[in-house]
Write a protein that binds this ligand. Sequence first.
Ligand code: GNR
Ligand code: NI
Length: 180
Amino acid sequence: MSLLPIIEVPDQLLREQSAPVERVDDDLKRLIADMFETMYEAPGIGLAAVQVAVPRRLLIIDLQDPVEEDGDPVKDPHVFINPEILKASDARKSYNEGCLSIPDQYAEIERPDIVRARWLDQHGKSHEGEFDGLMSVCLQHEVDHLNGILFIDYLSRLKRDMIVKKVVKSRKDREQAAIL
Ligand code: GNR
Ligand code: NI
């Protein structure tokens, strides 16, 4: 297993449409394992393949509290391959979202409260289910990644540009600090 680098804004790869997964083979299973390792280490509760520079329709979610306390946190890994949102509730809910590709920036984002989805798992088996709460928020956030959409796209252009500027500046500052 290996940690994969997570790409950040304004990397244009994050703006691409990810292509459907055609085969669930050993290469894909290795990618899934590496994505889990990368997500747990970050730490994050979700990760789309495009965030590790693989523009394929694959995402993972684990809502467990990623902060290690004494004792092992109970893992609850979920794999979604070629996910489709079939239905979204009219009712909406807002959540303070963050993104590993937009480090340290958060904003209240309103989305449909409940969604119905269909997807394949890591064995190629088809599933359908309904999600609410944080699982619904996270699944919608990840499916957006597969379509080149980021949570900042729901903000005003001014706020979006400010956030991207901050991320670029803090990355430059970190790189400078690493040299000195
Ligand atoms: O770790 C993450 N936390 C989070 C919090 C609120 C809404 C969405 C997320 S997903 C994010 C990880 C990530 O960037 N996934 O694409
Ligand atoms: Ni994200």
